[in-house]
Design a binder for this molecule. Structure first.
Ligand code: PSU
Ligand code: MN
Length: 306
């Protein structure tokens, strides 16, 4: 059986020439934001990557194939599919054989990016260890994926809907380098500072590219997590976001939400509780991550040429 991979010509061309490419996930489009802001966000993130000198490759599952790069029509179709599947490592193969439209999480996007030869990926926030994981065992498949798939992922840290100290502990156990960009603190999505120190810090894209290359030289299988803090002007004050998070968590527990429904449920409830304010910041931080990812992809491409 050949790989069911369709690469958009613009992306295939960039990969063949060795020019920078940045992968983007699609669960953020189908399960992370409402329509039409989700599709608008996806387009402006692609533009930001182009302005940064790289080619964007949004990844999703359509018609039984992994699509690496979506045409404008495909993006519209994805953004408007009401019940697109949310596919992580566990369900990627079943999603493909079903022939349905599926969105890829951070974990599944890393797998697909790797298959296509893309080394850098930008998103908003990664999944992690959920609060109460000591009883629910809810730990996102994004964490073990970072330990085994060699893609550098740029995110704004992780949301405070998660247990951030436990998330950092699991990343350390799994051997994932967690690199805060330009500061000592580990960022917490809507805020620049989670109150936790980041295990590692780097101040330039070139350093991140060098570490990425060194892991390859050492034969280490996993990727890197780059935690890029939201810009100060886009932050949400703790007194606004924290009550929304607490309420969303309480609602999820009261309604018995579990497994892969937890993260989309929390995101949707926080969106409504903040009157959409969470979304504005969410879009701003994804753009910020896209710009840094384009720069890192550029540095990785430069190293190849040198
Ligand atoms: N966190 C966010 N926004 C998101 C997600 C996580 O702040 O959109 C999405 C990503 O696709 C991530 C997935 O990979 O949710 C994690 O889901 P789970 O916790 O079920 O592994
Ligand atoms: Mn989970």
């Amino acid at each position: 059986m050949t790989l069911p991979l369709t690469i958009l010509p613009e992306v295939a061309d960039a990969l063949a020439r060795g020019t920078p490419v940045v992968a983007l996930e699609s669960t953020i489009i189908t399960h992370g934001m409402p329509f039409p802001q989700n599709v608008e966000m996806a387009r402006s993130v692609e533009d930001a990557i182009r302005q940064g000198g790289a080619v964007p490759a949004t990844i999703a599952i359509m018609d039984g194939r992994i699509q690496i790069g979506l045409s404008s029509d495909m993006l519209d179709r994805l953004g408007q599919t009401p019940h697109a599947m949310k596919l992580s490592r566990a369900d990627l193969a079943v999603g493909l054989t079903s022939g349905k439209v599926g969105a890829t999480t951070v974990a599944a996007t890393m797998i697909c990016a790797r298959l296509a030869g893309i080394e850098v990926f930008a998103t908003g926030g990664i999944g992690g260890v959920h609060r109460g994981a000591e009883t629910s065992f809810d730990i996102s498949a994004d964490l073990p994926e970072l330990a085994q798939t060699a893609v550098t992922v740029v995110a704004a840290g992780a949301k405070a809907i998660l247990d951030l100290p436990k998330t950092l502990e699991v990343l350390e156990t799994q051997g994932v380098p967690v690199i805060a960009f330009g500061q000592d603190a580990f960022p917490a999505f809507w805020s620049r500072d989670s109150g936790l120190k980041s295990p590692l810090r780097m101040d330039t894209a070139a350093e991140i590219a060098a570490a990425h290359a060194m892991r390859q030289t050492l034969g280490l299988p996993g990727g890197q997590l780059v935690a890029n803090p939201i810009r100060p002007e886009d932050e949400i004050a703790p007194e606004v976001i924290n009550p929304a998070i607490e309420q969303a968590l309480a609602d999820a527990q009261a309604q018995g939400v579990a497994a892969k429904d937890v993260t989309p449920f929390l995101l949707d409830h926080i969106f409504h509780a903040t009157g959409g304010r969470s979304l504005t910041s969410n879009i701003a931080l994804v753009l910020n991550n896209a710009r840094l990812a384009a720069e890192i992809a550029g540095e990785i491409a430069n190293r190849r040429k040198a």
